[in-house]
Design a protein around this ligand. Structure first.
Ligand code: CDT
Length: 307
């Protein structure tokens, strides 16, 4: 018996700085309904899917906090939860979280087909810089606007399998995939906002799509898992963001891929049982891994002589 799950990566085109939540949620609902009509059981929206990618600006606290959600669902986002439950579709949603005690995280929530919140994730790897840097054409102030997620990577049983959530820069780190792989994750959801221009080293600009696939495909293969990579894309407030949303199988092959850089559904049927082909053969962790050889991976600093 297979565990086939129809998944839609719901790529989003740009969201303007002054866009209202209600209008963004209306866009998400349109994608959700279309995905349900095409048989999707899980719809994956990107990182910070409710707002523009605001870390590109140094904002005063008053404006900054307008981009954060104080509750999930809120009045503005509740229609998404209600319609998804009516349609029997689950979803993943990235958003900026402001906790009741004032902590700010780059977060995501996963909602099952019956409307239950089954996973919450707070981004572990925050890229960019802590203070504004005038030489940049745009800022990447995730390290100023957010705190690093304190909870780590936790697998969740949902959608008939074992799922995990990571956000954007997390996908560039092999540790992300392996920590999930060690928990038996079969499906990893990764929303992203990736500017094509990388100011510290523009020689990487033309490689953004290549690196995006490189890290996710190798993470999928080396851990025997499906990966859904989903973009906020297009030219947003003058900054061009990578599109190229894709669903990757445990072989590392791309099963479905976006063709444009606007709102678009990328759909694939993912049989979670296929993960066992890899998890029980070439990547049988129990049999072949040598954890005693990997101590440096979790050492806080490289020992003297290595740095
Ligand atoms: N959102 C996010 O994490 N973006 C980063 C941009 C590159 S680092 C400044 C990414 O890893 O795609």
């Amino acid at each position: 018996m297979s565990r086939a799950l129809t998944i839609a990566a719901a790529q989003l085109g740009p969201i303007a700085r002054d866009e209202t939540r209600e209008r963004v949620v209306a866009r998400l609902l349109e994608l959700l309904r279309e995905a349900a009509g095409r048989g999707a059981e899980l719809v994956v929206f990107p990182e910070l899917a409710l707002t523009t990618f605001f870390p590109r600006w140094d904002l005063d606290d008053d404006e900054l906090l307008t981009f954060f959600e104080r509750e999930m669902p809120s009045d503005a986002t509740r229609p998404l939860f209600d319609v998804a439950a009516e349609l029997g579709v689950g979803f993943h949603l990235g958003y900026a979280e402001l906790t009741p005690d004032g902590h700010r995280y780059n977060s995501a929530v996963v909602v099952e087909r019956d409307g239950r919140v089954v996973a919450r994730y707070r981004k572990v790897h925050l890229p960019g810089h802590e203070e504004p840097e005038g030489w940049r054409p745009f800022q990447h102030l995730e390290r100023k606007h957010f705190e690093p997620g304190p909870d780590g990577f936790h697998a969740t049983r949902a959608f008939g399998g074992v799922i995990g959530v990571a956000l954007c820069n997390d996908r560039r780190w092999s540790e992300t995939y392996r920590v999930f792989g060690l928990q038996g994750v079969e499906l990893l959801l990764v929303g992203y906002n990736t500017p094509l221009h990388y100011p510290p080293d523009p020689s990487q600009d033309h490689l953004q799509a290549f690196h995006n696939n490189l890290v996710m495909a190798s993470g999928a293969y080396q851990n025997g898992m499906f990966i859904v990579g989903v973009a906020k894309s297009g030219v947003e407030e003058g900054v061009e963001l990578l599109a190229d949303s894709q669903i990757i199988g445990p072989s590392g092959e791309v099963m479905a891929r976006a063709v444009g850089s606007g709102d678009e559904l990328v759909i694939a049927v993912c049989d979670l049982d296929l993960c066992n082909r890899y998890k029980q053969t070439v990547f049988d962790f129990q049999r072949y891994r040598r954890p005693s050889m990997y101590g440096l991976i979790t050492a806080p600093h490289a020992p003297a002589g290595y740095d």
